[in-house]
Design a protein. Structure first.
Length: 304
């Protein structure tokens, strides 16, 4: 099957390679000439612009958009909508907000263009392990490009599924990432507690490796944690600063909107915020309050 791919970051580039290995014909576009050159070296055809990419695809076309969420995705889809023809398909495989996906699907439908929102999980390991794909949109459009999903998934039988109407693919991926936040935080807290028990002198890499087999907490995340600890047991090369790309925030907000309690996911998001702070003001005020009401000692800050 033929496909246009826009966005050749590490994940998009790996997807191109997996698709080519699966026998698909791919036309690629990215502002980075180096990224395009790398995909051409694998067997893809290069496009110099979005218009050029569309012109190289046979009708009815299918174009996968794999660019950062927000304005880059918005601009790309708006431009494609003006270039594509009725019955063509746009697939948004990035981490877009599901509400944006619903809006975009309605906008391009007025032009007769189909829109699929595809939550994509697999990260940098997708080339080797395959991607978990959660697809929303018109079922007929999903079925038309299903060979693409079968190739990208871990196997043709599993790892991809149709979720429901427009927005549902990115909604399910949002919840997936919220759960991921909580799982990662629980692992991080547990290992920190073991590290703090100095009298036992626990070997964290050994424990992580041990838990990988037979334990109820065994998981791919634990596998990755074991690998990180094996390479750097004290994590001396890693700064305690954790970013977020938005999905955890959206998940927490959805819980508020629907009055569904999400304490673990929400607190794991807050922990990421705290990781970015040096001398957080809240902590200083807590210390000051204890001093004010109880005369408790405080650690004086150095004046700059």
């Amino acid at each position: 099957m033929e496909l246009g791919m826009i966005g050749l970051g590490r994940m998009g580039g790996n997807m191109v390679e997996r698709l080519i290995e699966g026998g698909h014909k791919i036309v690629v576009y990215d502002p980075s000439k180096e990224a395009v050159h790398a995909s051409v070296g694998l067997g893809a055809k290069a496009a110099t612009s979005l218009a050029d990419l569309v012109s190289q695809l046979a009708k009815p076309r299918a174009v996968w958009v794999m660019v950062p969420s927000g304005e880059p995705t918005e601009t790309t889809i708006d431009t494609l909508a003006g270039l594509l023809s009725p019955d063509d398909i746009i697939i948004d495989g990035g981490n877009s907000n599901y509400k944006d996906g619903m809006r975009r699907a309605a906008a391009v439908k007025s032009k007769g263009i189909h829109f699929l929102d595809c939550g994509t999980s697999g990260g940098i390991w997708g080339l080797k392990e395959g991607y978990c794909l959660m697809v929303g949109g018109e079922k007929g459009a999903f079925q038309r490009v299903e060979p693409i999903f079968k190739t990208l998934a871990p196997s043709p039988e599993r790892g991809y599924a149709y979720m429901g109407p427009s927005g549902s693919g990115h909604f399910v991926k949002m919840i997936h990432n919220g759960i991921e936040y909580g799982m990662m935080e629980a692992l991080a807290e547990g290992f920190e507690l073991m590290k703090a028990k100095k009298e036992f002198n626990l070997d964290l890499p050994v424990i992580a490796e041990n838990w990988r087999y037979g334990s109820v907490v065994r998981s791919w995340l634990l596998d990755l944690g074991a690998e990180a600890l094996k390479d750097d047991p004290e994590l001396e090369s890693v700064q305690s600063y954790v970013d977020d790309t938005g999905e955890g925030r959206w998940t927490a907000q959805e819980g508020i909107d629907l009055a569904v309690p999400l304490p673990v996911i929400t607190l794991s998001l807050m922990a990421r915020f705290r990781s970015r702070q040096e001398q957080p003001f809240a902590g200083k005020l807590l210390a000051a309050l204890r001093n004010q009401f109880g005369g408790h000692a405080i650690h004086k800050a150095e004046k700059k």
